[in-house]
Write a protein that binds this ligand. Structure first.
Ligand SMILES: NC(=O)c1ccc[n+]([C@@H]2O[C@H](COP(=O)([O-])OP(=O)(O)OC[C@H]3O[C@@H](n4cnc5c(N)ncnc54)[C@H](O)[C@@H]3O)[C@@H](O)[C@H]2O)c1
Length: 247
């Protein structure tokens, strides 16, 4: 088991990729704390896990609640932080509201930094690591989702910068860049309306025959990067995208 005796905090665990990752880490022997703003979803996730997790609701827009989440997860130490909570909103740049722009940056970027900042003293003690969730939108421009793409470019910057700052202290920091993954986020987020040129939206289709990714495909990468198998991997951004960004 990859994570026997390890203490792991997973955000966004009420749904999609976060849920699959929580299930995977518990199956690998970790003592897991799951966080999300969706309390009912956390209970559903807990029922699917091999061991009973610690459940803590928090709201990524409330940075004090981000710090409180880490306090709960790190009560007996912390080995791994998986930042997975996130929000997507599409919209034409002509009309995209600046309030929504700021909201996406707060949830997808600022809260990730706040959680890293709170977790790092514990990870320095344990020689632990962080795995963030960026996106293929962190590696290329994506039309009609400028705020989301900006927020995920921010996650890439946080990941690489912290890897440099904390490398000498023995803490690794990496990020995963999923392409299209079948989750409630991709199913339920309203598509942009109005004057949209769809030909520029999905320019990078998956190249693999069955290239659309599942949450489990991404959870596998979380497990690898957070484990000792990746002990020499830090400051890296890994695509899990069925080849979307291959060209
Ligand atoms: N699904 C994709 O195609 C895809 C692609 C690239 C990156 N991602 C990223 O993967 C991560 C997980 O996304 P998913 O597809 O599993 O979506 P999802 O909607 O299934 O899960 C996102 C989770 O984040 C939680 N969340 C949202 N806002 C929150 C807040 N303010 N406070 C606390 N929790 C909050 C939600 O409640 C939900 O449980 C996100 O960071 C997303 O940006 C997803």
């Amino acid at each position: 088991m990859l994570f026997a005796g390890k203490k792991v905090l997973i955000t966004g665990a009420a749904s999609g990729i976060g849920r699959a990752t929580a299930i995977r880490f518990a199956a690998e022997g970790a003592a897991v704390t799951i966080g999300d703003r969706n309390a009912a979803g956390l209970e559903e996730t807990a029922a699917l896990m091999a061991s009973t997790p610690t459940i803590q609701t928090y709201d990524a827009t409330d940075l004090a609640s981000c710090r409180a989440l880490v306090d709960v997860a790190a009560r007996d130490g912390l080995d791994v932080l998986c930042n997975i909570a996130g929000m997507l909103k599409w919209g034409s740049s002509e009309t995209f509201s600046l309030d929504d722009f700021e909201l996406l940056l707060k949830i997808n970027t600022t809260s990730v930094f706040a959680l890293c900042q709170a977790a790092l003293p514990h990870l320095v003690k344990s020689g632990g690591n962080i795995v963030n969730t960026a996106s293929t939108a962190a590696l290329q421009g994506i039309a009609y989702t400028i705020a989301y793409s900006a927020s995920k470019h921010g996650v890439a910057a946080i990941t690489k910068g912290l890897a440099i700052e904390y490398g000498a202290k023995g803490v690794r920091v990496n990020a995963i860049c999923p392409g299209h993954v079948e989750t409630p986020m991709t199913r339920d987020t309203p598509v942009p309306e109005g004057d949209i040129d769809w030909s520029v939206v999905m320019r990078n289709a998956p190249k693999l025959r069955d290239g659309s990714c599942s949450p489990d495909d991404v959870a596998n990468m979380f497990a690898f990067l957070a484990s000792d198998q990746a002990s020499k991997v830090t400051g890296a951004l890994f695509t899990v995208d069925g080849g979307q960004l291959a060209g």
